[in-house]
Design a protein around this ligand. Structure first.
Ligand SMILES: NC(=O)c1ccc[n+]([C@@H]2O[C@H](COP(=O)([O-])OP(=O)(O)OC[C@H]3O[C@@H](n4cnc5c(N)ncnc54)[C@H](O)[C@@H]3O)[C@@H](O)[C@H]2O)c1
Length: 245
């Protein structure tokens, strides 16, 4: 029995991941303690989405309302499914710059320590599993602002003479000596941990440094299943692309 484990499973990207795999017949184990409500208040609760997943998928969706920082509880979940876990999609996080500045300890512990708990349990319990981390463009800090930019009608574009023009910014762009915000720093820590567990322990890790996806109050409706990917916000001109998730 192949199990997919999704953290942040009631959130925007986590819940779409749950749906994707449940629709294809997988059993999905979700971990989400509705921390979003703690961060942003009652209106931000994702409990309605958790309930909908349970209603739509019954026993194909197994929910654990556990904090990803709780090493013992997370370890118990990993031990239960152990080698049956074939894929881990890690989306649970504190996602706000402003909030991170208000409570740096909490921000760092959720984003960095929580990621470490998941990586270490993957290594101990299911090292064969693929680990996908939803990282963020914030790991690049304000470094993209140093790129040679050309003003176009609707957006700023990287100069055609620059190596990044053809394929976009790759992972080799330096993240040193630029401003990240505390959120960016906690995400960098998580990002580097994921890379390091891949290299050092040879786990099958990968990460996505995405930009911005849209959110509506009820992100379960079909319109909001089309995530809108906005380009870097150099000013208010942005090219909008559509990314089906
Ligand atoms: N949505 C975007 O536009 C965007 C852009 C760039 C990067 N990202 C990153 O992608 C990831 C997922 O984003 P999202 O928009 O789905 O976030 P989201 O806030 O909708 O979902 C995250 C979920 O994780 C849960 N959670 C938070 N802390 C937890 C903890 N300690 N233990 C257990 N559960 C916890 C929350 O309750 C929430 O349901 C995040 O890492 C975010 O930083 C998102």
């Amino acid at each position: 029995m192949a199990i997919v484990l999704v953290t942040g499973s009631a959130g925007l990207i986590g819940s779409e991941s749950v749906r994707f795999f449940c629709d294809r017949g997988y059993t999905v184990v979700g971990i989400d303690n509705n921390m979003r409500q703690v961060f942003f208040g009652e209106d931000a609760s994702t409990e309605w989405n958790r309930a909908k997943l349970s209603q739509d998928y019954g026993d194909k969706y197994i929910h654990h309302a556990v904090d990803i920082r709780d090493h013992e509880a997370i370890s118990a979940i990993f031990k239960t499914y152990s080698h049956d876990i074939s894929l881990i999609i890690h989306t649970a996080a504190q996602p706000s710059h402003d909030w991170a500045a208000k409570d740096p300890y909490m921000d760092f512990s959720v984003n960095a320590n929580g990621t470490l708990v998941l990586l270490e349990n993957t290594r101990q319990q299911c090292p064969q599993a693929v680990f996908i981390f939803c990282s963020t463009n914030k790991v690049y800090g304000d470094r993209p602002n140093e790129l040679p930019l050309v003003e176009k009608e609707l957006r700023w574009e990287i100069s055609e003479n620059h190596p990044y023009f053809a394929q976009g910014i790759d992972e080799l762009m330096s993240i040193d000596a630029c401003k990240h915000s505390l959120l960016g720093a906690s995400k960098v820590a998580a990002d580097v941990l994921v890379q390091e567990y891949g290299r050092y322990f040879e786990l099958a890790n990968c990460l996505f440094s995405r930009r911005l996806f849209n959110r509506s109050k009820s992100f379960g409706n079909p319109i909001t299943r089309v995530f809108i990917l906005l380009n870097e916000m150099y000013d208010d001109r942005q090219r909008i692309q559509y990314l089906w998730v």
